[in-house]
Design a protein around this ligand. Structure first.
Ligand SMILES: NC(=O)c1ccc[n+]([C@@H]2O[C@H](COP(=O)([O-])OP(=O)(O)OC[C@H]3O[C@@H](n4cnc5c(N)ncnc54)[C@H](O)[C@@H]3O)[C@@H](O)[C@H]2O)c1
Ligand SMILES: O=c1ccn([C@@H]2O[C@H](COP(=O)(O)OP(=O)(O)O[C@H]3O[C@H](CO)[C@@H](O)[C@H](O)[C@H]3O)[C@@H](O)[C@H]2O)c(=O)[nH]1
Length: 428
């Protein structure tokens, strides 16, 4: 099989498919990524990935910048980025470029080929945008020698390998029997090896929509937890006690009820925005998803309001603890630290950021703020601390607060342990 795109998803699934016995070729335009994979080193950090790539590179797993490699395979997965445009709409430019290159390469084969969208794309994209481009460039005919499928991916950054090898479900969207058979045989060894996950065989647009429904629901679940937690805060009720109690109802479930400064990352913000924009295009105003975004946007604002109750940010030295969008990753895309740092800068604060692993990425985007190489160093001399990411090490902070100029701690993730000697305020 071939996999076009070797980022978080492409590399992870390539290594895992190789591990369950498939011959895999990764096609990426980035020569550095290709060289790294062929050297047996993954281009991204994910637990377990290094071992898999080291084991299979040069044997069942290889990488190339040359799309011609797809001709020796019978199925190609497209794992290319699908970012959001300024107005929220999905940006399909990379997908289209990949589809053109794939089609041009396929033009020279005699038999048939199956093209599967792995990327997150709004409903109808695979059949109405991707397939026609591949068909036009290759001269193939959809449903005859060109077969199309959609296989959404649910892995999380930080646990990508484990999530892919042991999924809650596998969704196989197919346009023809040939595409369905190909998807089945691709996933057979994985499904057999894992804990027998349910396999949902469905249409292509349904598969595309399942991905947005999944992410939209999870993002909205967090926002609803935040809405409830905000009410609790106004009543001085312990929101954790409330949310953990409702999570025990099996119809609600305890996952993704973590209230705080909100959701970020490379997926939730862009995917919720894209499905809202797509829904509006077809004449539907998705009020719940819009509210989920509104609540999410408000959480950092509320965190700063809490801060202002104790400290005037103008001229204050504020430590921002946690720059990654979630613990366990150096990814800062749509991190909640971004709106906070921008608002603090606008208010005239002197900002010092700390993160166990994401500092370099944050510095590349915000070179003008200070950075510390430990939480203790960030807190030293600070007038206030904002806790933005729930890194486990922040739960252990204690004597480090003694170095603060004024010990005001505003906790956006309810992770810091309250102690004598600090003014502790939680967001929720
Ligand atoms: N990151 C996640 O946790 C995650 C999880 C599930 C689904 N998704 C979805 O999967 C898709 C891919 O996301 P990602 O995070 O792996 O992206 P990424 O940005 O990490 O990787 C994309 C790769 O594509 C390569 N590329 C760009 N243009 C190319 C071209 N024309 N031909 C070949 N290669 C090209 C880039 O060099 C890069 O290596 C997106 O639609 C995303 O929404 C991501
Ligand atoms: O109870 C919670 C859980 C998460 N978050 C925040 O939500 C965001 C997303 O977290 P998570 O879902 O763990 O990370 P991602 O790696 O972005 O994974 C999501 O996005 C991927 C890309 O689409 C999907 O494949 C995954 O299933 C989906 O969980 C982060 O900012 C978290 O801090 C909370 O605020 N409260």
């Amino acid at each position: 099989m071939s996999i076009v795109g070797s980022g978080y998803v492409g590399t992870t699934i390539a290594a895992c498919f190789a591990d369950v016995g498939h011959d895999v070729v990764n096609v990426d335009i980035d020569e550095g990524i290709v060289a790294s994979l062929n050297d047996g080193r993954p281009p991204i950090h994910e637990p377990g990935l290094e071992e898999l790539v080291a084991e299979h590179a040069g044997e069942r797993l290889r990488a190339t910048t040359d799309y011609a490699a797809v001709r020796d395979t019978d199925v190609t997965f497209l794992a290319l980025p699908t970012p959001a445009e300024e107005d929220g709409h999905i940006d399909l430019s990379v997908m289209k470029a990949g589809a053109r290159s794939l089609g041009a390469a396929l033009g020279e084969i005699d038999g048939s080929h199956v093209v599967v969208t792995k990327s997150t794309v709004v409903p109808t994209t695979t059949e109405e945008t991707i397939a026609p481009i591949v068909a036009e460039e290759s001269g193939m005919t959809v449903g005859e020698d060109l077969h199309v499928g959609m296989n959404p991916e649910f892995l999380r950054e930080g646990s990508a390998v484990a999530d892919f090898l042991d999924p809650d479900k596998v969704v196989l969207g197919a346009g023809t029997d040939r595409a369905r058979e190909s998807l089945r045989s691709t996933f057979d060894p994985l499904v057999e090896g894992a804990d027998d996950p349910p396999v949902i065989e469905t249409g292509i647009a349904e598969a595309e929509m399942i991905k947005y429904a999944n992410n939209g629901f999870l993002a909205a679940k967090i926002s609803l937890a935040n809405d409830i937690a905000n009410i609790c805060k106004e009543y001085d009720i312990d929101s954790e006690a409330v949310l953990s109690a409702i999570g025990l109802d099996h119809r609600i479930g305890s996952a993704f009820l973590g209230a705080g400064v909100g959701w970020g990352g490379s997926c939730f913000p862009k995917d919720v925005a894209a499905i809202i924009a797509a829904a509006r295009d077809v004449g539907y105003e998705p009020a719940m998803l819009e509210a989920a975004v509104e609540v999410n946007d408000r959480q950092p604002v509320r965190l700063l309001e809490r801060l202002r109750e104790y400290v005037d940010p103008a001229g204050a030295r504020v430590a921002v603890l946690g720059l990654a969008f979630k613990p366990g990753t150096d990814d800062i895309r749509n991190s909640r630290a971004i709106p906070l740092v921008e608002a603090l800068s606008a208010a005239g604060s002197e900002i010092v950021g700390y993160d166990p692993v994401a500092t370099d990425n944050f510095r590349a985007r915000y070179p003008d703020i200070d950075y510390a190489d430990s939480a203790a160093a960030a807190l030293d001399g600070a007038d206030a601390a904002l806790v933005v990411t729930d890194w486990p090490e922040f739960a252990d902070l204690d004597g480090e607060f003694d170095g603060m100029s004024t010990p005001v701690v505003v906790d956006g993730r309810r992770i810091v342990t309250r102690r004598e000697g600090i003014v502790y305020e939680s967001l929720v």
